[in-house]
Design a protein around this ligand. Structure first.
Ligand SMILES: Nc1ncnc2c1ncn2[C@@H]1O[C@H](COP(=O)(O)OP(=O)(O)OP(=O)(O)O)[C@@H](O)[C@H]1O
Ligand SMILES: [Mg+2]
Length: 342
């Protein structure tokens, strides 16, 4: 394991920014801290970087306690949301700056800066000032600068959020590719779930200073343990359950989840039966309230019996017409697609 946080706690006055955070990051892993604004992502990253002091808890790198190590001696590469390049220095000088501070020989600095410039595919732009580069190019220079000192860990705080959607998407892939090629342990903060899902090996979902759940994109999507995670990653119908019943239907819940009060089902897991007799066992009668046709797929907003509840179902766009024309509609919720939430 590369990095280990244990029981990290941080308050700002009466605000508990981080509450007893423990997690480990494997060597070469790409981890995302994902969560809504104010949940503590930046604070946690800054504590790891040594830019903020934890009140309690430890940060260990390869078994070494970093508590007494100041930020400049931690050998972490850091990239922030605002590019924070020096405006009066060329791209190459910016990249070599960390090595300059370490008083490396000029020839070594120049060679390394050129190598890093090539890594981020900007070899043609080395002599430009930041103001002569696009936002995406500036952020690639910031990445090259962070990597130039050969850091043990790369820390990225929303590095893509100031860029427009197209650039953001291509840079996601580029950063991930560079990270994999170098095999560098990386932590990236984001509040964009798509960014986390496409880039990270594992995602730490954070909620008001705590870890709500930690897992791969797939684990979080398929087995969310709480309503917070279920609704934060993708879309989820949240339904109340009483005595294992929903809308008068007996639900087949796992034996250790009997007595659950809330379940979730993804829109794409809701099976629609068009023209089914309303009394078919296992089916819950619904009425179509609204259809949102999106071309390749459609969202159906359904009223569930007289329960006052609604369910959204996602179906292929071409299946829409038959459903809209059907005299009766019912849904089926297969047990394996039901998620028991707390
Ligand atoms: N220097 C500070 N002084 C006082 N409170 C702070 C300070 N830094 C952060 N906080 C508070 O700590 C909490 C966590 O802030 P943090 O910046 O870590 O959130 P975040 O998850 O990065 O949010 P965002 O997505 O908006 O960047 C917030 O309630 C914030 O107001
Ligand atoms: Mg932040």
């Amino acid at each position: 394991m590369a990095l280990a946080l244990s029981h990290v706690t941080k308050r700002f006055g009466s605000t508990i920014a981080l509450n007893d955070i423990s997690l480990t990051v494997e060597r070469g892993e790409f981890i995302c801290f994902l969560g809504p604004s104010g949940c503590g992502k930046t604070t946690l990253l800054r504590i790891i970087a040594g830019l903020e002091l934890a009140e309690e808890g430890t940060v260990m790198l390869e078994g070494r306690d970093l508590s007494e190590t100041p930020a400049r001696h931690r050998n972490f590469g850091v990239v922030f949301q605002s590019y924070s390049l020096f405006p009066n220095m060329t791209a190459l000088r910016n990249i070599g700056y960390g090595l300059e501070c370490r008083r490396k020989p000029r020839a070594e600095i120049d060679a390394r800066a050129a190598e890093m410039l090539k890594l981020v595919e900007l070899s043609e732009h080395g002599n430009k000032l930041p103001s002569q580069l696009s936002g995406g190019q500036q952020q690639r220079i910031a990445l090259a600068r962070a990597l130039a000192t050969d850091p043990e860990v790369l820390l990225l705080d929303e590095p893509l959020s100031a860029l427009d959607a197209k650039v953001r998407e291509s840079l996601r892939l580029e950063i991930r590719e560079v990270q994999k090629r170098l095999g560098i342990t990386t932590i990236m903060v984001t509040h964009d779930q798509e960014e986390a899902l496409t880039m990270a090996d594992r995602i730490v979902v954070m909620d008001t200073g705590t870890i709500a759940q930690l897992g791969t994109a797939r684990e979080l999507y398929e087995q969310p343990t709480s309503r917070f995670v279920a609704e934060f990653i993708g879309r989820m119908n949240i339904l109340p359950v009483e005595n294992n019943l929903f809308a008068g239907q007996q639900l087949a819940l796992p034996s250790d989840k009997q007595g659950a009060t809330m379940i979730g089902i993804r829109p794409e897991d809701v099976r629609i039966h068009a023209g089914a007799a309303p009394s078919d066992p296992g089916l819950i009668p619904v009425k179509l309230r609204n259809t949102i046709y999106l071309g390749h797929l459609a969202h159906l907003v359904l009223d569930v019996g007289d329960s006052g509840k609604e369910i959204v179902a996602e179906i292929p766009g071409h299946a829409c017409k038959a459903i809209v024309d059907a005299p009766h509609l019912a849904i089926e919720m297969r047990p394996e697609t039901i998620k028991v939430l707390q």
